[in-house]
Every structure is written in structure tokens, then in C-alpha cells.
Design a protein around this ligand. Structure first.
Ligand code: HEC
Length: 461
């Protein structure tokens, strides 16, 4: 009997062992921190790290564990990472989307109470180096923080940011780093280039001012931005050379620069970056803003110049019908631009305000082919990227670029700033537009076409 019992006993152990070893190997397959860290670093930490838009860092194990329940919630509900563009319509280099497998991996890791595994295998510095594309070569701060009144209305300022270097250089990209992230709505700025043979002192005068509506020359004088050696009061004679749109920021904006000597500009050793429009949305708490610029130098003079096209509000093409959105309606507007030369589009940026519902743009070639550009099925004011293509999108001459925007001015639109809804129009065209006015714009960065552009890898990621 004994001899019988033993095999049974062994059998039991054998089963136990097989069962548990299966279990054990399953356990082994369960994701550890090591498995989910690369996903979180690539798809979340671009924003969730110091200086960026995210409200907390997601760089280390303890960062992620601490926010695990919230992370599960935003992933299960497709709130994060925010990527409003339809990836079945067009694809981008800076895409922030989780695959189904990535989602499942993170969620099951959190359900399993975030096993740490061997955290020594994760070198956080290595990762942050990878996503911190580069260290800036020059950082320029506001000379004085900008004071924002907490009176609940929009504020618009111009700010000067002088700099001084040892020698002339080239710039690849200027990054605006927002301090008051919650209220900075958009930023647009230029580089001012002064003629060294003339007299000026831009270190004198006020460092920022409410954005001038009428007498802007007077404002620039009080800021010390005009030449001092002339009686001729024409703006052309008083103002330095302007290199336009070197600074750009919108909510959700990600760094916009290209490789292969595409884009960039000459930077003299002395000069001023001039923010000609920083728009702070309404706040009821007064505060100071100390935003700054990270400047990334380029090794060489740019080989390919990058231009920016602008359609719709204040742009090169009219909106049809004019942008007047009646209360309690959902209305669609179109703007169309004829492209007279062969161009290569590098990146696109649709822009609307709070009533935006959807946005689609494409090109129609003279041969009636349609080239998709970008589609935003559900507009979200908070996420307005410059969508960067992996390779340029070549648009043949005589194509039409068409942008179609739909606005929802009913009370069903949760972002509608008016209850009950009222008629909403474009701003007066003079002053920067308020968040509660509407805009319909489509920006595109492009180069003049060169053979081989269709297969050129131009994006950094
Ligand atoms: C493009 C920038 C960006 C990316 C990418 C991004 N986030 Fe966010 N995230 C933000 C910003 C900004 C906020 C705060 C504003 C908001 O809630 O909309 C936020 C909010 C959150 C919140 C909610 C915080 C709260 O207390 O309500 C969580 C959780 C979160 N993110 C997790 C993630 C995870 C996980 C990923 C990656 C899968 C990710 N985020 C990717 C920018 C980003």
C-alpha cells in the first residue's frame, strides 16, 4: 500500500508543482515597472516632466505609483495622452497615442498594485535625456515678471526680451516655456534685428506693456525699442528689422523643429526677442508670470527655409460664409486657398476657440486627387498641436487647400462660454481675439518643393 501511496503523493506534488509553476510563469509574464516605464516615458512624460504642461512628473517609479489610480482612469477613458487628430486619416511624427496592447499593459500593471520588479534596470536619467530632446543653448528670461490682474477678463501684453552673446550664430528653434500654464492662451513673437550703425538702447524703458491697439509706435518708444537717431517718425525708419513668427505657443503645443538643416534663422550676437502678443485668459486671482525662452542653436545656416501659410481669420483666404455663429445653431464654415507653386508641407495647425466642434483639411490637386492633411473629429480647445508629418506632404502647384470647420453654439456644447448661447463672431480684427470670440484658422509650415522631398525624413522624433 505504501508503494501505492507514494506515487499518489508524488502525483499530487507533481500537479501542485505544475499548477504552481504555471502560475509562477504567469506571474513572471505580469508586467513590472520595467515593462511599462518605456511606454509612460514616451507617451506621457513628454508633458509630465518638469517645465512641461503636465501638472506632475511621471518620470520615476514613485511618481507613477503615486498617481496610479488617476492614470488608470485617464487611460481607460481615453483622456490621456491627448491626441485629437484621427490617426486613420493622416499620421504624424509627434503622435501621442497608446496602442491597445500598451493600454492593457499599463492597466493590468496598476490592477496588480504596480509591481516594482527590479527598478535598478531603469535608468530614469537615460530616459529623460531621450525625451528632453536637447539642452537649450541659451535661456532668456522676462526682465520683470508680468503682473496679471485678477479681474476676470482677458489680458494682452507685449514683452521685450533682450539678449547678448559672444558671437553671431544660427537658431534652429525657440521654445516658449510657459510659467502660468493654466491661463496662457497663446503667444506669438518676433526677433528684432538692429542696425549696429544706428543709435538705440533697448535696455531702457519699460519691459512690458498692455498690447497697444492704436498708437503702437508710442508704446514701442516707451519700451525703448525704436531707433533714437532720427527725426523721421515713419514706422519704417523708427523700427528695426523684424524676423517674424520666431516664437509660437498654444495650449498643448509641442516643440516644432526639423532635421537635415530645414528651418531656422540667423541670430545676431545682440538683439531682442519681442513677444508682440501674449494672451492671458481670464483669471480671478492676480498673479505674476515669469515665462521664458529656451533657444536651440543650429550648427549651420539653414539650407531650406521654412515659411508659414495662414488661412481663415486674419489670413490669406476668406471664410465662407463670414464667421458669425448664431445662437442655438451648429454651423459649418469653409476656407479655400489656391497654391501657386509646388510646396512641401512639414506641419499643420488647425485653430478654433471654445465653440469648435470638428475640423478637417485636405488638398485637391488639379487632377482632382484628394490629399488628406488633418482631421479632428472632436475639437478640444486644450489640445492645439502643430501636427508634424514624418515626411513632407507634397502639394502640386494649382492645388486647392480646403479647410472645413464646424462650430457648436448650443448649450449642449459644454465649453460654450455663454449660457444661454448668444451670437458669436470673429473679433474686431484690430485687437487680439478673446477666448470667447471665435476664430477659424489653419496654419501650415512649408518649404518650396525640391526633388526627393516625398521621401525626406524631416521630423525629429
Ligand atoms: C501633450 C501633453 C500631455 C501628454 C502627452 C500627457 N498628458 Fe496628462 N496631462 C497634461 C495636462 C496639461 C494635464 C492637466 C490639464 C488637464 O487635466 O487637461 C494633464 C492631466 C493628467 C492627469 C489628471 C490630473 C488630475 O489631477 O486631474 C493624469 C492622471 C494624466 N495627465 C496622466 C497622463 C498619462 C498617464 C499620460 C500618458 C499615457 C499623459 N497624461 C500624457 C498633459 C499631457
Amino acid at each position: 500500500m505504501v508503494s501505492r501511496r507514494i506515487p499518489l503523493f508524488y502525483l499530487f506534488f507533481l500537479f501542485y508543482f505544475i499548477f504552481n509553476s504555471c502560475n509562477y510563469s504567469n506571474k513572471n509574464e505580469k508586467a513590472n515597472y520595467q515593462d511599462i516605464a518605456p511606454i509612460v516615458h514616451q507617451k506621457c512624460a513628454v508633458c509630465h516632466r518638469p517645465e512641461q504642461a503636465g501638472p506632475f512628473s511621471l518620470l520615476t517609479y514613485s511618481d507613477i505609483k503615486q498617481h496610479a489610480n488617476k492614470i488608470r482612469f485617464v487611460i481607460e477613458n481615453n483622456i490621456m495622452p491627448p491626441w485629437p487628430a484621427d490617426t486613420s486619416y493622416s499620421r504624424f511624427a509627434n503622435e501621442l497615442v497608446l496602442t491597445k496592447e500598451e493600454k492593457e499593459k499599463i492597466i493590468s500593471w496598476i490592477k496588480n498594485h504596480c509591481p516594482a520588479g527590479d527598478t535598478t534596470k531603469i535608468n530614469t536619467t537615460e530616459w529623460s535625456k531621450k525625451i528632453n530632446y536637447r539642452k537649450p543653448d541659451l535661456v532668456i528670461y522676462f526682465q520683470k515678471p508680468v503682473y496679471i490682474n485678477g479681474n476676470g477678463s482677458d489680458h494682452f501684453f507685449v514683452v521685450k526680451m533682450p539678449y547678448q552673446l559672444d558671437k553671431d550664430t544660427f537658431v534652429q528653434y525657440v521654445e516658449f516655456v510657459p510659467h502660468q500654464k493654466k491661463i496662457i492662451h497663446h503667444v506669438n513673437g518676433h526677433l528684432l534685428r538692429y542696425d549696429e550703425k544706428r543709435k538705440f538702447n533697448y535696455y531702457q524703458g519699460s519691459t512690458y506693456a498692455e498690447e497697444p491697439i492704436e498708437n503702437y509706435i508710442q508704446t514701442y518708444k516707451t519700451m525703448g525699442l525704436t531707433y533714437l537717431d532720427t527725426k523721421n517718425q515713419s514706422p519704417k525708419n523708427l523700427l528695426p528689422l523684424l524676423i517674424p513668427n520666431t516664437i509660437y505657443y498654444l495650449p498643448g503645443f509641442l516643440p516644432l523643429f526639423y532635421k537635415n538643416n530645414i528651418g531656422g534663422f540667423f541670430l545676431p550676437k545682440k538683439g531682442v526677442f519681442f513677444i508682440n502678443d501674449i494672451h492671458y485668459g481670464p483669471t480671478h486671482r492676480a498673479c505674476y508670470d515669469s515665462s521664458y525662452l529656451n533657444v536651440y542653436f543650429a550648427p549651420n545656416r539653414p539650407e531650406r527655409y521654412v515659411y508659414e501659410g495662414q488661412m481663415g481669420t486674419n489670413g490669406m483666404s476668406k471664410i465662407q460664409p463670414p464667421l458669425v455663429i448664431s445662437p442655438n445653431t451648429i454651423q459649418t464654415f469653409t476656407t479655400t486657398l489656391l497654391i501657386p507653386a509646388d510646396i512641401s508641407i512639414l506641419a499643420v495647425n488647425p485653430h478654433m476657440h471654445l465653440l469648435g466642434q470638428s475640423f478637417i483639411t485636405f488638398a485637391i490637386t488639379p487632377f482632382k486627387d484628394t490629399i488628406p492633411l488633418v482631421k479632428i473629429p472632436r475639437w478640444n480647445f486644450n489640445w492645439q498641436y502643430y501636427y508634424i508629418y514624418k515626411k513632407p506632404v507634397v502639394i502640386p502647384r494649382n492645388s486647392l487647400i480646403v479647410a472645413i470647420g464646424t462650430y457648436n453654439n448650443t448649450s449642449k456644447n459644454l465649453y460654450n462660454p455663454n449660457y444661454p448661447p448668444i451670437e458669436v463672431k470673429e473679433g474686431d480684427g484690430f485687437h487680439s481675439m478673446k477666448t470667447t470670440d471665435e476664430m477659424f484658422q489653419f496654419f501650415f509650415q512649408y518649404m518650396i518643393y525640391k526633388q526627393g522631398d516625398d521621401t525626406l525624413h524631416c521630423s525629429i522624433p
